[in-house]
Write a protein that binds this ligand. Structure first.
Ligand code: IMP
Ligand code: MG
Length: 180
């Protein structure tokens, strides 16, 4: 693995695909244990969470579960705008269901906080949050994800679904912005 460059910014290897795979398998086991007989609905937050959701859902092979996809966005460039848009695309009735929100990353927590509140209003049995990455030091909301792949420092990362202005989502590993 070597450095990659996007928009004049250099990123260095940070979390390998193998470590991501191994961690997702562990999270899958945790979810299978916690959600046995609950028929959870996985809600993948597009665009960034799609590789994680795909692997996490299949790591739960054997569990009765459904998956669906929603969209919302709050980010421009490498800094959070703090502007969170509406939830788009939720067609399922989530009343009395266990919902597992699948996110790529929780940074300030603004996005997930808003999403959880919007979904709570639809009276689910419970809402769980699974995030591949978590920046605990950037958190400004009172949210506690149930399933965390990796807790990381407040630095900008790309790859495995995470983008820089739409690019780099197809990197198989995760890379971190190089500071000089
Ligand atoms: P929050 O609302 O600040 O928690 O931000 C959540 C969203 O910001 C995520 O779903 C990502 O789309 C984006 N984001 C936050 N940190 C990063 C990062 O390091 N790389 C790429 N996107 C990020
Ligand atoms: Mg996102």
């Amino acid at each position: 693995m070597k450095q990659v460059t996007y928009e004049g910014l250099t990123f260095e290897p940070y979390i390998t695909r193998d470590s991501i795979d191994a961690r997702i398998r562990e999270l899958g086991k945790d979810i299978m244990r916690d959600c046995e007989n609950k028929k959870p609905l996985f809600l993948c937050v597009l665009n960034g969470a799609f590789p994680f959701a795909s692997d996490l859902f299949r790591a739960c092979e054997g569990l009765d579960a459904e998956i669906s996809f929603i969209r919302l966005q709050s980010y421009e460039g490498t800094g959070s705008t703090g502007v969170v848009k509406e939830v788009l695309g939720l067609k399922e009735n989530i009343e009395n269901r266990t919902v597992i929100i699948v996110e790529d990353i929780i940074d300030t927590g603004n996005t997930i906080d808003r999403l959880v509140k919007d979904l709570q209003a639809k009276n689910p049995a419970e809402i769980k949050v699974a995030t591949l990455l978590f920046k605990p030091e950037a958190l400004v909301r009172d949210v506690k994800p149930d399933y965390v792949g990796f807790s990381i420092p407040t630095k900008f990362i790309i790859g495995f679904g995470l983008d820089l202005n739409g690019l780099a989502r197809n990197l198989n590993d995760i890379y971190i912005l190089k500071e000089d």
